[in-house]
Design a protein around this ligand. Structure first.
Ligand SMILES: [Zn+2]
Length: 421
């Protein structure tokens, strides 16, 4: 009995150490990064604020993914010690959040008077995101429970039961993902600080969607926070209607900075994503990746006893490790797809929907400036603007006689080009 309880204590301690490792690494990195930022401020160098905040959030996100992998891989400890094990995770996440908030404040100090409303809006967003995650987890658990119940009902043997649980997990992940995609327009409306698009822009945006032959999405303005962000994006699918109809979001900064022609180009780019079913393709690729990595992961875990020494704890670490690796590689593949979609949507907007190449180029460059991105900076989901534009120009030169003629006319009369730009 005594041996048993000390064994459980050991695993709890191991869990505490494991959850602490990424937090400590994050804290060390935050310290280093914070000093680097202070240095930039001291030398009066311009900080790409949005980009730096993006970097901090990406680092925080990776640490959180590691914790989620650990959380999923530690079900046994959590079952034996639900209170302590869950407390360990909650404190790890809270500590990480506190470190992250402190670091972000170095880039973007909040004036004291604004802290209240700022915090309220951040908490509201966080609440809706957490609710989405909870909903997702609920679908996942429900699916596994259904399949486990089914295995019991048909009195399946151990192997068949295990296989059914795996199928249940896959169905749960896919079901949750599909629901998340379908509910995306509603969820984003709740999670973001949005207002209906001002009336004077509605007609213009509607015309762009009509030109693309699409039904009208709901149109929303994102109130810009302290960090100026130039962004526009669309959620939903072209088949969605009623509460599930697609929703277009645009930040106030973007709306106020872009000219009418540039706004048209941006909206036509977003409409192109709908026309080309990009969100559906992303969902399908996600499903394929989840199913694929899950089977690969199970295969590795089944083979593990053959090549890993037992007794050193390697095998128990393998589960979380495989989960994190599967997630990171799936994320990378999805990022490549997303960058391809951006280029494809640019081309479709200009070639298929008649957006102006100049307006689109100007708009993308202006949005980069608003976001504090260098034009040659490669994003995770978006290629660098200059790369994107070079690809677009090359494709148009090959495919469009009109574009070639226009370009050669401009080159013959450089004076005119300057005025046009
Ligand atoms: Zn896009």
């Amino acid at each position: 009995m005594e041996a048993h309880s000390s064994e459980i204590q050991l695993t709890l301690e191991a869990l505490a150490i494991m959850t602490a490792i990424p937090v400590v690494i994050f804290a060390l990195w935050a310290d280093y990064f914070g000093r680097y930022l202070e240095n930039l401020v001291d030398q009066k160098e311009e900080i790409e604020r949005a980009a730096k905040i993006g970097q901090i959030r990406m680092a925080g996100f990776l640490v959180a993914i590691f914790q989620i992998g650990l959380f999923l891989g530690s079900s046994e400890v959590r079952r034996n010690h639900p209170v302590f094990a869950n407390l360990i995770f909650i404190s790890a996440i809270l500590t990480q959040g506190w470190i992250q908030a402190r670091l972000e404040r170095k880039i973007d100090p909040i004036p004291t008077g604004e802290r209240g409303p700022q915090l309220k809006s951040a908490l509201r967003g966080l609440g809706w995101i957490a609710l989405g995650a909870l909903f997702y987890a609920g679908v996942f658990v429900f699916s596994i429970k259904c399949f486990t119940w089914f295995a019991g009902w048909i009195q399946a043997d151990k192997t068949v039961s295990a296989a059914l649980v795996v199928v249940g997990a896959i169905v749960g992940i896919i079901g949750g993902l599909a629901l998340n995609f379908a509910l995306g327009p509603i969820h984003l409306k709740m999670a973001l600080p949005v207002l209906p698009l001002p009336e004077e822009f509605v007609q213009r945006f509607r015309e762009a969607f009509a030109r693309a032959g699409l039904r009208q999405p709901s149109l929303w303005l994102i109130e810009s926070g302290r960090v100026a962000t130039g962004t526009a994006f669309i959620a939903g699918t072209k088949w969605g209607s009623g509460p599930l109809r697609p929703a277009l979001f645009i930040s106030r900064n973007a709306l106020e900075t872009l000219t009418p022609g540039e706004l048209d180009a941006v909206v036509l780019h977003e409409a192109s994503h709908l026309c080309m079913n990009h969100l559906v393709k992303r969902l399908l690729l996600s499903i394929a990746l989840i199913t694929g990595t899950m089977f690969l992961g199970i295969f590795v875990l089944l083979l593990a006893p053959l090549f890993l020494p037992s007794g050193l704890g390697f095998q128990s670490l393998l589960g979380p490790f495989v989960a994190v690796m599967a997630f990171v590689s799936a994320f990378r593949v999805l990022a490549v797809q997303s960058r391809e979609h951006e280029v494809a949507a640019d081309l479709y907007a200009v070639e298929g929907l008649g957006a102006s190449y100049e307006d689109l180029s100007n708009a993308l460059r202006k949005l980069d400036r608003l976001n504090g991105f260098a034009p040659d900076r490669n994003g995770v989901t978006h290629p660098a603007t200059e790369t994107r534009l070079a690809l677009l120009k090359a494709a148009l030169l090959i495919r469009s006689d009109e574009f070639r003629q226009k370009l050669s006319a401009e080159q013959a009369d450089p004076d005119k080009t300057d005025k046009a730009a």
